[in-house]
Design a protein around this ligand. Structure first.
Ligand code: FUC
Length: 768
């Protein structure tokens, strides 16, 4: 029996990449086509990028900072763009790109015509299977990416002894590679292509690519024969076969690419030596389920849930099959576990799944929404460890960003602009009109503070969050300047409201982010007893940062001036940052500002790119409007066939349920999981003593009137099991992990009580 909330399945092989099924162990990613005569498994390794260690800072750029500000105050934006492009940008203007690694090619001659075909991805086990019947024999292929095994594993079985016949090979899209066969191993060695364009927009060359890579496909058979056939291995009449793919690059860290991929591959294979398929599979399932099984969700299912995933997606807008919502929720968690594990790189714009040498936006890290959206779900859906790579990247950026703070602003502390890459570029890229946006690092810092709020981990706060927060706050303490007319206000600039309207002084979003950074830093200092001149200064500056303003249409102003266009449908709704992921705007606390956010959202509309729709689910949940949040969810859960870059109104999902910007961009998958969680539980508001409110079912859509979730986490260190029927809470179980005070709020009722660490509190129907 297929569980419709935990399985993606199809009755045909994938005909394009966005129909293939993703696997990943955090480091190695694979996309499985599920072909019968020809199977292709396209794979990646997360450190295969173009370029080499590189310092992007533009020395002495700070000499132009004052001039930029002056031009902007004087209303000379075009001149500011020109000056910015000439003197203030990263060297070169762009950053480098994530790369595909190769393909496993399997040929099963005579399997062109098959019956009873089915391929599926089981989210409970993180295994994809392909089943079909050919020439009266049942064939089964199982594939998974093991984290403990550090390998992609493939098993080929059939219902009849001695009927496994295939040829296996490897290739790569890079121009410089070779394939050889030694014994039962196919070896692929290569060097990354250079960036797909020779010169940046400034006419300066991109750094050459220096990363080398190696993959090995080892074939083991039971019965039958195996021979070398050119660069392939040919297997005949085996009972079953197991294939092990290991892959590595020379990357060590953003400063060092001196590792030996061959030695790494050897080591990976050695570690697999002597382990049976069964043992490897069990080890993989146990490791994966340790993370995945922490949260279970059931929103109900019905007859239509039994159809293929493609059919379900096509009709979701009409039938609103609730099990497709649970499936999408869990898919986000699956994709995070598969693309981001302790010790790996964070999930990039495509997670770890990319088949192009020239991927959209380089498949790098865009920090003016996308990278953060990737991690909104991590703490709340009980995958705290999976955010570890993000924290490590922020620590790297705090190093490279220090140089950029010095060279571009002549300031201490660290700063990051709207993109980064494997080399941790922190300087403004692309074009002054949107690249000069200094609040990337401040926004990222929020995630380290959240980790502390969810886990109460003092060690983490002291050793990891605090240095990052303090030095980010140090930068902005020096960076904010007095508004020339409204001299009580401190403002940011030159900057932009991503990516609308070009360079300005004082975009609203910057002020919301900087306020959040200052508040978190002040609280961290108090908690750690680290208050000093800097944090005292932050307190003074905090209240002077230019406030949120309501404009002439009743909208929240995106800029200092009241110039918002009510017809503007731009995908970014950056100035609602204070509503989500920030917490300074809320219907209960700042009702006028919340109302202004609604006006803004009504102007921007209910469409947009995939990630824009996902963000709007979160916005509407924070505005406590579950039905509007559900409308956005529906608007995202529509099939998108378009692969071309489209900035307007074509967001949706591909048939493999990957989010479509379009093109594929993973942020929307993660954002949707966060949005669904925000409908069910919110914990970002606090009482007068600083203890968090636990808002239960704050934005439950009427279309999801019945359901059950187990294992959601909240700020303050609580874990929740929540059940509801007919739109009403019916049972609630809370585990207090840290012994903090519990403030449960349901509708307008509040129950507050002290807890002890480990205590489990159960509320029955009608008791709240
Ligand atoms: C930002 C967005 C685009 C896209 C890109 C990767 O620039 O404005 O829509 O998501 O990042």
């Amino acid at each position: 029996m297929i569980n419709p909330s935990l399985t993606l399945w199809y009755d045909k092989p994938a005909s394009e990449w966005t129909e293939t099924l993703p696997l990943g162990n955090g480091r190695i990613g694979a996309m499985v086509y599920g072909g019968t005569e020809n199977e292709t498994i396209q794979f990646n390794e997360e450190t295969l990028w173009t370029g080499q260690p590189h310092d992007y800072a533009n020395e002495g750029a700070h000499h132009y900072l004052e001039a930029l500000r002056r031009l902007l105050w004087d209303g000379k934006q075009a001149e500011a763009h020109e000056l910015g492009n000439k003197h203030f940008m990263s060297q070169p203007f762009g950053q480098l790109s994530y790369q595909p690694f190769g393909n496993i090619l399997l040929n099963f001659s005579g399997h062109g015509d098959v019956n009873a075909y089915q391929r599926q991805l089981d989210l409970e086990k993180a295994i994809t299977t392909v089943n079909y019947e050919a020439n009266g024999i049942q064939f089964k292929r199982e594939i998974f990416a093991s984290e403990p095994g550090q390998a992609l594993l493939i098993r080929l079985e059939s219902s009849s002894k001695g009927s496994i016949n295939f040829t296996a090979g490897l290739n790569s899209p890079h121009s410089s590679y070779e394939v050889s066969v030694i014994g039962n191993q196919i070896i692929l060695k290569g060097k990354a292509n250079n960036y797909h364009e020779a010169l940046g927009r400034d006419g300066k060359p991109y750094p050459d690519s220096k990363i080398t890579f190696e993959a090995r496909l080892k074939v083991e058979i039971h019965g039958g024969e195996m021979v070398q056939a050119g660069n392939s291995i040919e297997v005949t009449n085996a009972n079953h076969a197991t294939l092990f793919l290991v892959a590595a690059t020379s990357f060590v860290d953003f400063n060092d690419i001196s590792a030996d991929p061959a030695q790494r591959c050897n080591q990976y294979l050695e570690n697999l030596e002597g382990k049976t398929w069964k043992a490897l599979k069990e080890e993989h399932i146990a490791d994966y389920q340790n993370l995945f099984n922490r949260v279970a969700i059931d929103l109900g299912s019905n007859e239509i849930s039994k159809r293929t995933t493609k059919q379900r997606l096509i009709t979701f807008y009409e039938d609103e099959d609730p099990s497709l919502v649970s499936l999408l929720f869990q898919y986000g968690r699956y994709l995070l576990i598969s693309s981001s594990r302790p010790g790996t790189q964070p999930a990039n714009l495509q997670g770890i799944w990319n088949d192009r040498l020239d991927p959209p936006w380089d498949s790098k890290y865009t920090i003016n929404i996308n990278t953060e959206m990737n991690y909104w779900l991590a703490e709340m859906t009980n995958l705290s460890e999976c955010a570890e790579p993000l924290y490590s990247m922020v620590e790297d950026l705090a190093i490279t960003g220090q140089k950029v703070a010095k060279e571009h602003y002549n300031l201490q502390g660290w700063v990051t602009h709207h993109n980064t890459d494997l080399w941790r570029g922190a300087a403004p890229i692309n074009h002054a009109n949107h690249g000069i946006w200094p609040t990337g690092g401040a926004w990222l810092s929020q995630h380290l503070w959240w980790h502390y709020q969810y886990t109460g981990d003092q060690e983490f706060l002291k050793k990891r969050a605090w240095p990052v927060l303090k030095e980010a706050a140090r930068f902005f303490s020096g960076y904010l300047i007095q508004h020339p007319n409204n001299t009580d206000w401190l403002v940011s600039g030159p900057s932009n409201s991503p990516e609308l309207g070009g360079l300005v002084m004082g975009p609203t979003m910057d002020h919301q982010i900087i306020r959040d950074l200052f508040k978190n830093t002040i609280e961290a200092a108090e908690t750690l007893g680290e208050e000093d001149d800097l944090t005292i200064g932050l307190k003074e500056k905090l209240n002077k940062i230019a406030p949120n303003q309501i404009g002439k249409h009743g909208q929240l102003q995106e800029w200092l001036a009241d110039v918002d266009d009510p017809n503007e449908k731009h995908r970014h709704v950056s100035h609602l940052w204070g509503l989500h992921p920030g917490n300074e705007i809320h219907p209960r606390i700042t009702p006028e500002l919340a109302q202004a956010c609604k006006v803004t959202l009504s102007h921007r509309g209910d469409g947009g790119t995939g990630w824009a729709r996902a963000w709007k689910i979160n916005f509407w949940a924070r505005l406590l409007d579950g039905d509007h949040a559900f409308l956005l969810l529906k608007n995202l859960m529509v099939p998108s066939k378009s692969e071309e870059v489209n900035y307007q109104d074509k967001g949706g999902l591909y048939y493999n349920l990957f989010d479509a910007h379009p093109p594929f961009q993973i942020d929307g998958n993660f954002g949707v999981t966060s949005g669904i969680a925000e409908m069910i539980l919110q914990s970002h508001l606090r009482d007068e003593n600083g203890d968090f409110y636990q808002d239960i079912l704050p934005a439950l859509p009427s279309k999801l009137a019945e359901g059950k979730i187990q294992g959601l986490k909240s700020r303050g260190g609580f874990e929740f099991d929540i059940t509801w029927k007919n739109g009403k809470l019916t049972s609630l179980k809370v585990k207090s992990m840290l012994g903090n005070k519990l403030n449960i709020r349901y509708l307008d009722n509040i129950i507050s009580r002290e807890t002890s660490a480990g205590e489990i509190i159960t509320f029955k129907e009608g008791s709240i």
